[in-house]
Design a protein around this ligand. Structure first.
Ligand SMILES: *[C@@H]1O[C@H](CO)[C@@H](O)[C@H](O)[C@H]1NC(C)=O
Ligand SMILES: *[C@@H]1O[C@H](CO)[C@@H](O)[C@H](O)[C@H]1NC(C)=O
Ligand SMILES: *[C@@H]1O[C@H](CO)[C@@H](O)[C@H](O)[C@H]1NC(C)=O
Ligand SMILES: *[C@@H]1O[C@H](CO)[C@@H](O)[C@H](O)[C@H]1NC(C)=O
Ligand SMILES: *[C@@H]1O[C@H](CO)[C@@H](O)[C@H](O)[C@H]1NC(C)=O
Ligand SMILES: *[C@@H]1O[C@H](CO)[C@@H](O)[C@H](O)[C@H]1NC(C)=O
Ligand SMILES: *[C@@H]1O[C@H](CO)[C@@H](O)[C@H](O)[C@H]1NC(C)=O
Ligand SMILES: *[C@@H]1O[C@H](CO)[C@@H](O)[C@H](O)[C@H]1NC(C)=O
Ligand SMILES: *[C@@H]1O[C@H](CO)[C@@H](O)[C@H](O)[C@H]1NC(C)=O
Length: 387
């Protein structure tokens, strides 16, 4: 056997193993790469040069959390570029009558798309954390993807390219391709498409509904409240730690330049994403072991995303953990409901609801019994709306 043949056997074996985990249960997933051409998208010129080292990163953090914040509008430029986005289509293995709607899932900061399909390595049959397991069990299909700047997809320039408007353009293009049946794999043309986001992925989902209201038939915004002032807690807690300084093996500086950031430890992870004691320590450890860097560009440019979506006429569901740190400073009471900025942003629809899940934190899907506490209400909302 030639070395390349042996290699291809190994690759096939690895892929088969990866898929067999899922085929044994009730759903099947196909992974594929989508070339995305970004054409003349407006981006922000960051008001500082690329960071040289951690001293400069920490100093930048001082200015991000400074008492005085400039109110001057950011200087803008445009970006044209080609990227690859790694996506995954999952469907139930048994034919379902609930298959006319596609759910497009956008993950938040610190994760890749495994956020939607999370398993503990010690127990691959424990589906309590997998949103995709839950959605496919109800007969639905999902399209999830690694956002730009997440390994698997292009690790583009974290200052100039991995920015909010570019992430939004990627979501818009993926949605358009899915609706037209033009993704690189066969995927039935969906009658309807709903978008489900988490955190930064909810900001993007919200922005899609605001800027392109006809591209989505329903939005589910998890880990999100329209209160942006508490993000400083997250960023301070992260230390704006340069990913390659944190670990040059996991995040080699050849791939992750100084604009890719992470946080120092699982305790920082717990502070930002988990509410004690509603999680399994093994899940926290796994989340920390598989954490993904975020970029300075996507963080700073996020305030340029549109938030008000009066043109969106479909149904909206918010799902937040009552103790969400990043969007509620650990107490969501009064922040998501009628009369709040979260609801007012969608004043073109009367069908808007909120589920505030007691005891859970920002990283909803990684809390104990996420399937019962988080996914069941979403599935229920999905089926009540005939999706
Ligand atoms: C790019 O967009 C800017 C405004 O955002 C516009 O002024 C310019 O003409 C566009 N350039 C091209 C080549 O389309
Ligand atoms: C949905 O499932 C039915 C079988 O129940 C199948 O005939 C149909 O082609 C499927 N449609 C889509 C869009 O997947
Ligand atoms: C794996 O998870 C399932 C479902 O929660 C549980 O019934 C089973 O006991 C777990 N197995 C182990 C070895 O922990
Ligand atoms: C499909 O949706 C209906 C409600 O619309 C629900 O009762 C049913 O359990 C769902 N699941 C499957 C697998 O069809
Ligand atoms: C990471 O390792 C590479 C290669 O050894 C080295 O050139 C680079 O300076 C290191 N980066 C950091 C941030 O330690
Ligand atoms: C997510 O990241 C972890 C850690 O790098 C990796 O093991 C896993 O394969 C990634 N999943 C996807 C879908 O990219
Ligand atoms: C809805 O919100 C928009 C701003 O996003 C505002 O211009 C409009 O007047 C509002 N409509 C109603 C009926 O309040
Ligand atoms: C959360 O905030 C509400 C008021 O907005 C307050 O009544 C409640 O006591 C707070 N909960 C906790 C646990 O502090
Ligand atoms: C999970 O949550 C559901 C919905 O609240 C509840 O009915 C169920 O008893 C919970 N399961 C466990 C194991 O706590």
């Amino acid at each position: 056997m030639t070395p390349s043949f042996i290699l291809s056997l190994l690759v096939t074996a690895v892929l088969a193993k990866k898929h067999s985990v899922k085929t044994e249960s009730h759903y099947q997933c196909q992974t594929f790469s989508v070339p995305i051409q970004v054409d003349n998208v407006t981006t922000v010129v960051l008001p500082f040069p690329p960071l040289k080292d951690q001293y400069q990163a920490t100093s930048l953090l001082d200015s991000i959390t400074d008492r005085y914040q400039s109110t001057a509008p950011p200087q803008l430029t445009t970006l044209t570029g080609s990227y690859n986005i790694e996506a995954e289509y999952c469907q139930p293995t048994t034919p379902s009558s609930n298959n006319s709607t596609l759910q497009i899932l956008t993950h938040g900061i610190g994760f890749n798309r495994t956020y939607w399909d999370f398993y503990l390595p010690s127990n691959q049959s424990d589906t309590q954390y997998s949103y995709i397991s839950s959605a496919t069990a109800a007969g639905h299909s999902t399209l999830s993807y690694n956002r730009l700047g997440i390994r698997g997809s292009t690790l583009a320039n974290p200052y100039t390219e991995v920015q909010a408007s570019v992430q939004l353009d990627v979501l818009v293009q993926l949605t358009t391709l899915a609706r037209q049946g033009k993704l690189p794999i066969y995927l039935p043309i969906p009658q309807k498409v709903i978008h489900v986001g988490h955190s930064y992925g909810s900001q993007l989902t919200n922005a899609l509904a605001a800027a392109f209201p006809t591209l989505t038939d329903g939005v589910v915004l998890t880990g999100f409240s329209h209160q942006y002032q508490y993000q400083t807690l997250f960023v301070a807690n992260s230390n704006l730690l340069i990913a390659s300084v944190f670990n040059n093996q996991t995040f080699p500086s050849s791939l992750y330049s100084t604009g890719y950031q992470t946080w120092p430890s699982q305790w920082s992870n717990q502070y930002s994403f988990f509410a004690y004691p509603a999680f399994d320590p093994a899940v926290l450890a796994q989340a920390e072991a598989t954490k993904q860097p975020f970029t300075i560009g996507e963080f700073i440019s996020s305030k340029t995303l549109p938030t008000e979506a009066p043109g969106f006429k479909g149904p909206v569901l918010y799902v937040v953990g009552q103790e969400d740190l990043i969007f509620c400073a650990s107490n969501c009471t009064g922040l998501v409901g009628p009369g709040t900025a979260a609801f007012n942003a969608f004043n073109g629809t009367s069908d808007i609801q909120a589920v505030i899940v007691p005891h859970l934190g920002h990283g909803l899907n990684l809390h104990l019994n996420a399937s019962g506490l988080v996914y069941a209400p979403i599935n229920d909302w999905v089926s009540r709306h005939g999706f």
